[in-house]
Design a protein around this ligand. Structure first.
Ligand code: IVH
Length: 677
């Protein structure tokens, strides 16, 4: 008997170890043992079970999803990037979406045909068909590059290996969402919190045999590359691929007014609990592909689609404490620590209170019974207080006027409204240790240096060990100090070293975004990089004491306004920022900014608009110039090549100035002619 117990304990120990490594791999994406070590561990468990039949009966090994982890998936670039979607939460957001469509396209009516599709909460995958044959299957990855998971995708029987058509497209990239049915998930005694995680884990199995045991399903919803293009609308596209053998969600529908949008949203929401797959909203897409093309994308999402989320799940709990957090821009955000409560399957113990004004407005106090809500991946928030449950002794919450670093905070005065901002900020920049730490988290993040395996938790860990305190420290980490730390092993240290080394090659626009100047997001960073072109020019700009001339040029750039200029001035008026950025530059190989191989009608031309057009909005005109290699300027100067005058209220002064400088002037008709419209 004793032997049996010993075996059982040994077996349990090994299972715990397997669980730990599965978690590191699947949940945290940072394995610390090699594939071979993992295989040995798994084989040992299998052998133990084989040789000691009683172990199986204990039913302890619920890790049947969780096979050898692998870093071996090949990275492959998507033919067209896989973007994400912006969100709408209510009728008002959808109204805004329709208005924006109308404004961008300069179309007065708002009754666009929209294709409505349930938003499947699974894992996205891209299937590439060349001459009708499935040749590649990729995970989303960072949207630009995915991982080659073809063999695993092939195990999903309903994915066509060959397009069912005598004359298939030469190239087709099908975008799809892979999921595990809710019922199948119940029968799967896995270690995963929800079907989505299980689907993700299953797709990343090294062994397709393991994937094939898991009942994955999919819905196809879109395309990337499509040559030759043979459809005109999204609905036509889905009909076509349905005939080709792809699985299409049965609840898709074309709608064309705000009322119908709302109706469809409510209808699908009412079916939600009866469906065998998780959905978290409805995606509305402009149905006409030509209009989609005209609308184009922002840096992260298409302008022609939006995810209208289902209303948030709500729960009631109690505020235990109110603490503040300091963000990378110094914003002081109050957070309610609440009694843990399950909201939509997730245990919530923190909820944001937004800002000081919000706490005042809702009169939220420590000890209050509150309703909180959690919508999708958005941070949970406190929505209301049940004042009837409030204790007589409760006191109004006094918002701290000091930052966690001890320095005083400020509320900015908005230049146009002259009103104080709702957000209180610490203005110490890198001198505030809380801001400095958040800035580091931003620097290593996906859209910035994109250092794999260097997440927020790692920044916290390295910060508390004093391994990093400023950006350049990332490139001087003393790895000896982490060797023996919990959660780190030879493999993960090597992976981190490699990822850090790789991140040193960074294009100028990403670098500018990474340094975290307030109001300079990815789009603005690109505009600035387009102006400075090289790090040499950028650094000579900010190291100069007299920057007036540059600012005069910068303000000419379309997209850069007074807010951005003030923010850049502010950032570089701080000598510590300059010192920190200079130290960082030393460590890097910053690549010159290259306008993304966009050449065309307006290559190297500076264009300016005055007056409105009938057939398009200013935003669309601007996008057309940029997509054809040109730049849009905001004022008439010698640098300008063409002034385009719209029929509706052009500014006389601008035309006169352009004439004086001998600049080519094109009227609205001429503009359409250039564009072949
Ligand atoms: S369209 C460029 N349609 O949601 C348009 N996405 O946040 C991008 N998703 O990664 C997506 N169902 O994996 C679209 N019917 C649907 C979808 C859908 C689920 C996922 C998709 C994407 C994410 C976008």
């Amino acid at each position: 008997m004793k032997k049996r117990d010993e075996i059982k304990n040994y077996y349990k120990k090994k299972l715990d170890l397997l669980k730990k490594h599965n978690k590191l791999y699947f949940n945290e994406d940072r394995p610390i043992i090699t594939d071979a070590e993992y295989d040995n561990l798994k084989n040992e468990i299998i052998n133990l079970e084989k040789n000691n039949k009683f172990l199986k009966k204990l039913n302890l090994n619920k890790n049947n999803v969780g096979f050898p982890p692998s870093n071996k998936f090949k990275k492959v670039k998507h033919l067209k990037p896989m973007l994400s979607l912006s969100n709408a939460f209510d009728w008002g957001d959808m109204k805004d979406f329709l208005s924006k469509l109308g404004n961008f396209l300069n179309i007065k009516h708002k009754n666009f045909d929209l294709h409505s599709e349930p938003k499947i909460d699974g894992i996205s995958a891209s299937l590439i068909y060349e001459n009708g044959f499935l040749t590649k299957g990729l995970s989303r990855g960072d949207g630009t590059t995915g991982e080659d998971i073809l063999e695993n995708l092939k195990t999903i029987k309903s994915i066509p290996k060959k397009i069912n058509d005598s004359n298939p497209p030469t190239l087709l990239e099908i975008r799809s969402e892979i999921y595990i049915g809710k019922n199948d998930f119940k029968n799967l005694k896995g270690d995963f919190a929800n079907p989505r995680n299980a689907a993700g884990g299953s797709l990343r199995q090294k062994d397709p045999e393991a994937t094939s045991k898991i009942p994955l399903k999919y819905f196809a919803y879109g395309f990337g590359a499509f040559e030759p293009m043979s459809v005109k609308t999204q609905s036509e596209f889905l009909d076509k691929i349905k005939k080709w053998g792809f699985s299409i969600n049965p609840l898709v529908k074309t709608v064309s007014s705000l009322d119908k949008i709302e109706e469809q949203h409510k209808y699908v929401d009412s079916l939600r609990s009866t469906l065998d797959y998780d959905i978290d909203g409805i995606v509305y897409k402009v149905n006409d592909l030509n209009l989609q093309q005209r609308l184009g994308n922002t840096s992260s999402s298409p302008r022609w689609a939006i995810a209208y989320k289902f209303s948030a799940e709500k729960a009631v709990t109690k505020v235990i404490n109110i603490v503040v957090q300091v963000g990378r821009t110094g914003a002081i955000t109050p957070v309610a620590k609440v009694e843990p409560v399950t909201v939509g399957g997730v245990v919530v113990s923190n909820a944001t209170l937004h800002n000081e004004d919000e706490i005042k407005r809702k009169d939220i106090r420590i000890g209050d019974t509150v309703q909180i809500q959690r919508a999708g991946d958005v941070i949970p928030q406190v929505i209301s207080v049940d004042k009837s449950k409030r204790s007589k002794k409760s006191k109004e919450f006094q918002f701290p006027t000091k930052c966690l670093c001890g320095s005083t905070t400020q509320k900015e005065i908005n230049k146009s409204t002259k009103k104080a901002d709702a957000v209180r900020r610490c203005i110490k920049g890198y001198d505030c240790e809380f801001i400095a730490k958040e800035k580091l988290k931003h620097i290593v993040s996906k859209d910035a240096f994109n250092i794999d395996g260097f997440g927020k938790k790692v920044v916290d860990q390295f910060w508390s060990l004093k391994l990093i305190s400023k950006p350049s420290d990332i490139f001087d980490i003393n790895y000896n100090k982490i060797e023996n730390l919990e959660g780190w092993g030879e493999l993960s240290i090597n992976n981190l070293k490699k990822a850090i080394e790789k991140s040193k090659n960074i294009p100028l626009d990403r670098f500018i975004f990474s340094i975290g100047i307030r109001h300079i997001g990815q789009e603005n960073a690109k505009i600035l990089a387009g102006y400075f072109k090289s790090i040499k020019k950028f650094s000579s700009f900010f190291n100069k004491s007299e920057k007036k001339k540059d600012f005069e040029y910068l303000v000419n750039l379309d997209g850069i306004g007074e807010t951005q200029i003030d923010s850049i001035k502010n950032f570089f008026s701080n000598s510590k920022n300059i010192e920190i950025i200079n130290d960082l530059i030393e460590k890097l190989n910053i690549k010159d900014f290259k306008q993304q191989n966009k050449t065309g009608k307006f290559s190297n031309k500076n264009i300016m608009f005055t007056g409105g057009f009938e057939k398009m909005s200013r935003s669309e005109a601007k996008l057309l110039v940029e997509n054809n290699g040109g730049k849009v300027l905001g004022s008439v100067s010698k640098k300008l090549d063409i002034l385009v005058t719209g029929n509706s209220k052009p500014t006389k002064k601008k035309i006169e100035n352009a004439k004086k400088l001998n600049i080519q002037i094109i009227d609205e008709k001429g503009w359409y002619k250039i564009l072949n419209l």
